[in-house]
Design a protein around this ligand. Structure first.
Ligand code: ADP
Length: 256
């Protein structure tokens, strides 16, 4: 695994909110084709770290490299255009819209920015439209959402809503996918379902995945490697079973 190209390299990331140091010099490296777990107790800095990676928060210090390029301080929509998709801890679906429309939203990074161009190149545009539809249909099949595609997203159960959110991230055809606690609020069966889709996204679609999670059973089942955050610092990293058995990690979780 050491020979695999680096997808994401964060070095010395610091970020404060007022007087609170949420990240105190975090180093993280994600390699192509892995499922990398970013774990740690609540408030340890996981979401802040993802916000720095995706351009939502500029870091106060440190450097973020994506596919070998420095993207520190790059705006979120530009990071997205480079092939990064993410889901959010609190569902960010559009209420009142159908499952299909919510998934279509995820395609925006591939849309033509100028409607003028669309006007002049309408034949080309039509072909593009068709290509969008093919990707969307394929992901709907992949995520097994055919039966509920026309349902308003607010009336379907939580577990399915999470699946729609994952589908929306996948239609962007990301090379790198960041999932923020994709199993929060799910029952065991729903968790197993989502776990399967996450593995398939990596194995069948070649997506590199960063998974934020605080459930250790999920982490050991899915991740190739993990880094554990505690109070804004990486306190352990490596193979999941060994890493979560590390005394420093056990103490951090007991104290939380
Ligand atoms: P985690 O995702 O591991 O639960 P967070 O990254 O959400 O942790 O939070 C890390 C610390 O930073 C917490 O103490 C939290 O209260 C603080 N924090 C996060 N975001 C903000 C913000 N926008 N404003 C102020 N404090 C924040």
């Amino acid at each position: 695994a050491g020979a695999r190209p680096v997808i994401l390299r964060c070095t010395g990331i610091e970020r404060s909110f007022g007087g609170l140091k949420a990240l105190k010099g975090v180093d993280v490296e994600v390699h192509e084709g892995e499922i990398f777990g970013l774990v740690g107790p609540n408030g340890s800095g996981k979401t802040t770290m993802v916000n720095v990676m995706t351009g939502f928060y500029p870091p106060n210090a440190g450097r973020v490299e994506l596919f070998g390029r420095d993207i520190t301080g790059t705006a979120p929509h530009r990071v997205a255009k480079q092939g990064v998709a993410r889901t959010f801890q609190n569902l960010a679906l559009f209420k009142g819209m159908s499952v299909l429309d919510n998934i279509l939203v995820g395609r925006h990074t591939h849309m033509r920015p100028s409607s003028l161009a669309t006007l002049f190149y309408w034949v080309w545009a039509q072909r593009e439209e068709l290509a969008h539809r093919c990707v969307v249909e394929e992901i709907i099949d992949f995520m097994q959402l055919q039966d509920i595609r026309d349902e308003p997203v607010d009336v379907i159960p939580m577990g399915l809503q999470k699946r729609v959110e994952l589908a929306r991230a996948l239609v962007a055809e990301p090379r790198f996918l960041i999932l923020d606690e994709p199993m929060a609020g799910m029952n065991q069966e729903e968790k197993e379902y989502i776990a399967r889709f996450i593995l398939d996204a990596r194995d069948e679609r070649g997506v590199t995945i960063l998974l934020i999670e605080h459930h250790m059973d999920v982490v050991t089942a899915l991740c190739d490697r993990v880094a554990v955050l505690s109070y804004g610092e990486v306190i352990a990293e490596g193979e999941p079973h060994a890493t979560i058995a590390d005394p420093a990690v056990v103490t951090a979780y007991l104290g939380a």
